[in-house]
Design a binder for this molecule. Structure first.
Ligand code: NAD
Ligand code: ZN
Length: 348
């Protein structure tokens, strides 16, 4: 079968012919419906070096945002219907520590001793016709469209987890949220904020098309750049935002988001551009928080699927055939996409 393979650090992936995998015990072979291209993959193949935190040893098939149909069950698997559509919960922890017991395999206490981080991160992922997945990582999609569901596995789950942590800050009238970076994650982040809170959602991106899309999703957009913090102050009557979400993560965007906060505000840095943040008593709004967040829990993903089925999340997609899968990554790197790039490995 054809697959997008990350062959070595700091090398653009290749389209290669690889064997169809065999499902091991407790695993399911999934025929892939949709595989989303996440900007984190760009960090995987462009920036990471061996031994660096987050780096995953090549080679492996990319794709940590996957949906598909159960094709074949490994030994001991029950509760999965062959032929039915599922979404893949990507993170894989040890399965028996405190964090894994809470469904937070992202924060597995034994992560350092595991051979891989997730389906598509260190272990073969969904940018292929077939992928094997631990059975308890499959979330049923029922009759919902599996192709449009693919981005939910990361571009939906990550902002959902971040927004859910910030909900106490956004409860009540007259609240404001700020979203910086309106790509795959940011657009769905806006939809989730609109569905879960009554807050005014202020959103910004360098790209005008991305801002238009966010406006259609109910956000108030600002152009960003030097006047960004001032514009946020104008919209919020000088107070600043109660919660900010930075889906870029450069030193500049973190600084803009941090300076836009109201006292007691919360900034979640989601983008992994590697920016740094300076703290000082006088330059920081009182009792405000700056935190990071990584992906989400399996329980969160069930709730994201519920929101999708209820029509509260509607991912915008740009579709690519398997033969053009590398173009999906090229366009992602150029910032030329008008929605999440999703590769369709199954020509039918
Ligand atoms: P994307 O490429 O689809 O979107 C990024 C958007 O940010 C683009 O629209 C781009 O125009 C915009 N942008 C870039 N620089 C900007 C700036 N200075 N100001 C305003 N807008 C700017 O990327 P994505 O797949 O949505 O991922 C977003 C980020 O989140 C990436 O860094 C990715 O690696 C990271 N990520 C983190 C997690 C996590 O768990 N923390 C999970 C998935 C992705
Ligand atoms: Zn664990």
């Amino acid at each position: 079968m054809q697959a997008v393979v990350f062959e070595n650090y700091q090398r653009f992936p290749t389209l290669a012919d690889v064997p169809v995998p065999e499902p091991g015990p407790d695993e399911v072979l999934l025929r892939v419906a949709g595989a989303g291209a996440c900007h984190s993959d760009v960090s995987v193949y462009r920036h990471f070096e061996e031994g660096q935190p987050g780096a995953q040893k090549p080679p492996f098939v990319l794709g940590h945002e996957t949906s598909g149909w159960a094709e074949r069950l490994g030994d001991n698997v029950s509760g999965i219907d062959p032929g039915a559509a599922y979404l893949v919960y990507g993170p894989i922890g040890c399965g028996h520590c405190r964090a894994c017991a809470r469904g937070e395999e992202t924060y597995c206490e034994n992560a350092a001793s595991l051979p891989y981080l997730a389906v598509g991160l260190g272990r073969d992922g969904g940018m292929a016709e077939y992928v094997t997945v631990p059975a308890h990582h499959l979330i049923p999609l029922g009759d919902a469209d599996p192709v449009h569901a693919a981005p939910l596995a990361d571009a939906g789950l990550t902002p959902y987890h971040a927004v859910k942590q910030a909900l106490p800050h956004l409860a009540g009238g007259g609240r404001h949220a700020l979203v910086i970076g309106l790509g795959g994650l940011g657009q769905i982040g806006v939809q989730i904020l609109k569905a879960l809170t009554g807050a005014t959602v202020i959103a910004t991106d360098l790209n005008a098309k991305a801002r238009d899309l966010a406006e259609r999703g109910g956000a108030v957009t600002i152009t960003g750049g030097e006047r960004q913090v001032e514009e946020v102050r104008e919209i919020t009557g000088g107070r600043g935002v109660d919660a900010a979400f930075d889906f870029v993560g450069t030193t500049g965007t973190i600084a803009a988001a941090a300076s836009s906060m109201a006292p007691k505000g919360r900034l979640s840095v989601v983008g992994i551009a590697g920016g740094t943040h300076e703290f000082s008593f006088f330059s920081t709004p009182y009792e405000s928080y700056v935190t990071n967040t990584y992906w989400g829990t399996v329980g969160d993903l069930w709730e994201v699927v519920d929101m999708y089925r209820a029509g509260q999340i509607r991912p915008e997609l740009e579709l690519f055939a398997m033969d053009d899968a590398l173009d999906a990554y090229r366009r992602l790197e150029e910032g030329a996409l008008a929605g999440r790039a999703v590769v369709l490995p199954d020509p039918d």
